[in-house]
Design a binder for this molecule. Structure first.
Ligand SMILES: C[S@@+](CC[C@H](N)C(=O)[O-])C[C@H]1O[C@@H](n2cnc3c(N)ncnc32)[C@H](O)[C@@H]1O
Length: 433
């Protein structure tokens, strides 16, 4: 029967949020809802808050769902699971939003989905039970936030204090970091930003679209996490030399290399991402040689003075912005990336001139993709030697430089003393003898 009553307030944003969360649970990357998907800015902010809370709290929500759904998650039930997770996130972890709307709108949302309609009684019962237990559920341990797949390796690699910082960073999410084309105090003021380290500034705004911020259209900065900006700064190749940026798209590091004055060849296998790189460089008024190709087989006519390899990886270091990665990735995924990285390091080395500099980096927290790759490369590629990074090269990030001269950042670290954290990154610098 068609119903002609207007939708209750707050329903539409929950329907849109449920569809987005459903796609992320099915394996997509989380991308915040935009104005195209939800025009009203307040609805959009609320929908994104519900989705990110459900994703960040996934470990605790898994436990809650397990304890409330005796028979497990019903199969083939449309948006049921997504609506349930969003509503539990609201009930237990966002008490300021009130419990009534969580219950009422969850039932309404499920009724609108032909595949989930028959479960409206179940969702009502489960959420009432969650409401009765919300104080208890609200006090679940934070160590549930990190899946076992990674928890043990990280504990061994970084220690307990750092891991506690990971949980806090996961819950807090990421501020917006920008790399400035020129140091301009007026622009920094207009952005409401603060200087963080080197040419990175931090803007503590999350809901305004990036392209609406001052200086975007004029190409005066690009978005780049403080950790992601480290590798290109360390290249130290011959001034004005030829540099190959392998796995370059969407071009954050390419832009840094161009800012530093190198002649850059940017290569990436993904043509669509390379279109984004081209748009980004155009906006910034930079130019580079652009190649769509495979970094594992690319053979240049003449070797380069510097190669930056930002290799594809598990991306576990980006969990503040992509909380889903730590739930999507398996140990097998990490092993697959490790194999690919070895092939790419080998070819990166082949593209390098004698005396040239190779910087290898990944946005991963897995030692297998970082520290262990260095051991492997030094033992496998004759003529490759480590060029250790020293703490004075990274003011404000000294604690990221290890005793061996490698760079390891993680989300519990405070760049320039800032509490907002940073992505997990690994960087190693080599030279070809
Ligand atoms: C971490 S992202 C690069 C980010 C980029 N360096 C930046 O700073 O904006 C990794 C990139 O590796 C690319 N990629 C994956 N496998 C590749 C391959 N075999 N050859 C070239 N690029 C590859 C992906 O398309 C992706 O753009």
């Amino acid at each position: 029967m068609a119903h002609n009553k207007p939708d209750p307030a707050g329903l539409k944003l929950r329907l849109v949020a449920a569809e987005r969360l459903k796609s992320v649970l099915a394996g997509d990357n989380f991308v915040p809802l935009t104005a195209k998907e939800l025009v009203d800015g307040r609805d959009r902010a609320l929908a994104n808050r519900l989705i990110t809370t459900a994703l960040r709290r996934q470990g605790q929500l898994n436990f809650i769902i397990h304890s409330l759904l005796d028979k497990g998650m019903p199969g083939r039930s449309g948006t049921f699971e997504a609506v349930l997770r969003l509503s539990l996130a609201q009930l237990v972890f966002l008490p300021d939003l009130g419990a009534h709307s969580a219950l009422f709108l969850a039932v309404e949302a499920v009724k609108r989905d032909p595949k989930a309609r028959h479960l409206s009684g179940l969702i009502n019962a489960v959420l009432r039970s969650a409401q009765a237990n919300s104080a208890k559920f609200g006090m679940l341990e934070d160590d549930m936030l990190i899946p076992d797949t990674f928890g043990d390796t990280w504990l061994e690699a970084y220690g307990e204090e750092a891991i506690n910082g990971f949980s806090s960073a996961l819950l807090a999410g990421a501020p917006l970091d920008l790399t400035l084309k020129d140091d301009d105090a007026e622009l920094i003021g207009q952005l409401g930003a603060e200087k963080l380290v080197a040419d990175t500034v931090r803007v503590d705004q999350r809901d305004r679209p990036v392209d609406a911020l001052p200086g975007f259209a004029e190409g005066r900065w690009w978005v780049q996490d403080a950790a992601s900006a480290i590798p290109a700064r360390l290249l130290g190749a011959k001034a004005g030399g030829r540099v190959l940026d392998l796995c370059a798209a969407p071009g954050g590091k390419t832009a840094q290399l161009l800012k530093a004055g190198y002649m850059v060849t940017a290569l990436d296998a993904d043509a669509n991402r390379m279109e984004r790189l081209k748009e980004n460089l155009k906006r910034l008024d930079y130019s580079a040689e652009i190649i769509v190709g495979d970094a594992g087989t690319f053979a240049p006519n003449s070797p380069y003075d510097g190669v930056l390899l930002d290799a594809p990886c598990s991306a576990t270091g980006t969990f503040r912005r992509h909380p889903e990665v730590i739930w999507h990735r398996s140990v097998g995924d990490v092993a697959g990336r490790v194999r690919l990285q070895k092939a790419l390091i080998t070819n990166a080395f082949r593209c390098l001139d004698v005396g040239g500099v190779l910087v290898y980096c990944v946005c991963s927290l897995e030692p297998a993709e970082g520290e262990e790759q260095v051991e492997w490369a030094l033992g496998t590629l004759p003529g490759l030697e480590l060029w250790p990074v020293t703490a004075d090269e990274l003011p404000g990030l000294e604690s990221a430089v290890t005793a061996k001269g490698l760079v390891r950042t993680h989300p519990g670290m405070k760049p320039g003393g800032n509490e907002g954290g940073m992505d997990g990154f690994f960087v190693a610098r080599f030279r070809r003898r």
